[in-house]
Unconditional design. Structure first.
Length: 377
């Protein structure tokens, strides 16, 4: 069966799971988040490797090519693949071999990088490999701020790397990859947010992304923390400037405390292993989680997590064709049930992945996405 048809059928199954409000998913993931490596060459202050109260994401691991070959049945059915995780992908010498393998199955691939290793050769490989979008995390507009939040620094060199990528892309007349520049806001860099759009225009960004960081420890909350409203106000001023410059701007209104709320809620998560009875929701609005519905986050040596915000819950290891079973683990099924009932657990209540449950809108989205899949694969 052609991959395009496999993707379309899996997409239909996935939307049917959602329309039926199934807590257990019959479909395979429409999206995959695959971290090829968790090695990194920076020591960012917001990263769990520099301090975490319970993050279980493995550090300093590679997913080898042999693992990706085992993932073929899932790659054939997924529409989008985020080929990165906790580490810096460019450290992985086999990265572009994996990209080519994934894109050969018709999925759109995105990449996130710190930009430190984007030399001429890698820039050309990024463009030639078929990556649809690349995100570069800067979190600053100058070296002084950058070396505070992303030690040991090297801001100017990274800017030159990003400019190089934009220049080569223009020289080759390539529409891809779309260049996303991101800014994670914290106490140490709040003063740089409003200047971020001007930097984005200077280096040739296609989209600017601003978001609060997620605190990985109580210490990070104390030393990096800002009120959500303060961040939103600064982002609003940056968005106004971006509009003046004609740049696309996205604000992810993340709850910085999501991970810490998950620690509080799931410290005794053994209680969540047994499905509970469905109960009346008292008129609360129903919702669904975009991530739990259609995504699978796989890191380290194949460990599956509920999502990138709840990295204190390791569901199991994806191996021997067990991904569907792991996605229907009682912990994940109970989370879906709670959200469908309008009673989401605390870490999910203010998450932007939460979507109001509207069958009319779901059907519209399904029809639009199915047409795109059949047209482009």
């Amino acid at each position: 069966m052609p991959n395009r048809l496999k993707k379309a059928l899996n997409l239909l199954h996935s939307y049917w799971d959602l329309l039926m409000a199934r807590t257990e998913q019959h479909a395979l993931p429409v999206e995959l988040s695959l971290g090829t490596t968790s090695f990194c060459n920076l020591k960012c202050v917001m990263c769990p490797r520099e301090g975490s109260d319970g993050n279980l994401t493995p550090f300093d691991d590679h997913l080898g090519m042999e693992y990706f070959i085992q993932m073929k049945p899932y790659l054939e059915r997924a529409r989008e693949i985020s080929l990165y995780g906790l580490g810096e992908p460019m450290i992985d010498r086999g990265y572009f071999e994996k990209v080519r393998f994934v894109t050969s199955h018709g999925a759109d691939v995105s990449l996130s990088s710190n930009g430190t290793l984007l030399d001429e050769k890698r820039c050309r490989e990024v463009i030639a490999s078929g990556i649809k979008a690349i995100g570069i995390s800067l979190d600053a507009v100058c070296e002084d701020t950058f070396k505070q939040v992303r030690p040991p620094g090297g801001f100017d060199e990274i800017l030159e790397n990003v400019k190089r990528l934009a220049r080569i892309k223009k020289e080759l007349g390539s529409p891809t990859p779309e260049l996303h520049i991101s800014f994670g806001v914290m106490k140490q860099n709040i003063q740089d947010v409003e200047k971020f759009p001007d930097l984005g225009r200077e280096i040739g960004a296609d989209i600017l992304v601003v978001h609060p960081i997620i605190y990985q420890s109580r210490y990070a909350e104390r030393t990096l923390g800002l009120d959500r409203e303060v961040i939103a106000e600064a982002a609003g001023r940056a968005q106004k400037r971006a509009e003046e410059l004609g740049l696309r701007f996205v604000y992810w209104d993340l709850d910085s405390g999501t991970f810490l709320k998950s620690l509080d809620h799931y410290n005794a998560h053994q209680e969540e292993l047994n499905p509970r009875e469905t109960r009346a929701n008292g008129g609360k609005p129903k919702a669904y989680c975009h991530f739990l519905w259609r995504n699978a986050m796989i890191q380290g040596k194949g460990e599956l997590f509920p999502c990138c915000y709840l990295s204190n819950l390791k569901v199991g290891v994806v191996e021997n064709g067990n991904l569907r079973d792991l996605r229907n683990h009682p912990v994940l099924s109970n989370m879906r049930r709670s959200i469908f009932e309008g009673d989401p657990p605390p870490p999910c209540q203010t998450c932007p992945q939460m979507v109001p449950y509207s069958r009319k809108q779901i059907l519209k989205n399904a029809w639009r996405e199915l047409k795109q899949t059949l047209r482009h694969g």
